[in-house]
Design a protein around this ligand. Sequence first.
Ligand code: LLP
Length: 441
Amino acid sequence: MQRNNLPKLSLFPLTSDVDTQGHLRIGGCDTVQLAQKYGTPLYILDEFTLRHKCREFHNEFARRYPNTLVIYASKAFLNPALAVILKEEGLGLDVVSGGEMSLAQIVDFPGEKVYFHGNNKTADELKLALDWKVGRIVVDNFHELELLNKLAHSAGVKQDILLRLTPGVDPHTHHHTTTGILDSKFGFPLATGQAEMAVTRAIAAPHLHLKGFHFHLGSPIPDTPPFEIAISLVLNFASEMRGKYEFELDEFSPGGGFAVKYMVDSQVPSTADYAEAITTKVIDTANELGLTLPKLIIEPGRAIVGQAGIAVYTVGAIKEIPGVRTYICVDGGIGDNIRPTLYDAKYEALVANKVNEDEAAIVTIAGRYCESGDILARDVTVPPIAPGDIIAMPLAGAYSIPMSSNYNMVPRPAIVMVREGKARLIRQRESYQDLMRLDVI
Ligand code: LLP
């Protein structure tokens, strides 16, 4: 076993190494053997990296700001095996649908650590949340405020809520994932006076208890100033609300959106950098304004699960267009990872069965779907490559599988979790029968 010097390897899960045959190993398991055993496309999650990231987030924030709860943003990827690990690690959960909530219930996730988000929660979903007694409902708009107050009345409960505020700060993410600017479907804008109106209505709602404020600027946010600017705006707003309405800020969430390193040459803040910037700004601003330090809620998704996951594909057709480009076609693509097509997301790739060979060729890795835009990675360097080789792509743990589809009626991949040389299946590969399971002739 050797730790290869290839810089790309540092993007893979923390347990990655290369065996004597030049095969990529994750969690002590040979990824080439896993591909043979479980088939491809295959997603592999490394339990060590996952747990390490949970602890890193908790530790980096809590040692600077003890009253912190880290809640994992389920939308990045959730399944029962993962939820059990998050529960064991003591994290809370950000859910955005009845489906995510039901999954949390199935694994007996502590309801009080569950935060229910979303800009258009249905009445049924809100009832489910009230019945289960979720910790907080993060109210997004006036319709929801009124509806939730009525439903809480019927359920005979007083529900703790946060208000989602829109601070009007641009984090310069892809425009599809920018949420904290004024022109956004999410939240009550500070700039228009609607945030203040929401505070007055929430305070007046007899079946709701306003605990604090939340904002989420976008994802991924590659630097810390947008967080700092928005924290200052929202804490100043909280101070104004205290002056006007005696509102006390018990809880405060600056959301998620922590970036991960997708490419060898990309620079992103570390968890410690984010923790330092956010906690310093909260503490300094609260002190300046004379606010009691609120409980801090941090909502990472991608940064917990991203690096823990890799996607594994088998090479099939190779199309060389002389003087133009070589397409390496694999057995996955937009069906399991739509991010390159949707957000122009960039990925690196390794040939998992040839990690020690010199990477002399520049190729484009194309998917198998009937769309020209189905390209997983452009202009990546690889060793001489042939049909049957195994391609491994790092940073596949977040927002690939949960955004997957059955486009072209292609079954979705299996997922295995690896740990200390053992692999366990945590989601089966879909079958053709699964694809037709809900159809009626
Ligand atoms: N909190 C809230 C309210 C959010 O809306 C999100 C993500 C997060 C936390 C977690 O953000 P994270 O730490 O994972 O960046 N599909 C896109 C990302 C969409 C993120 C949506 N909201 C992608 O593949 O890049």
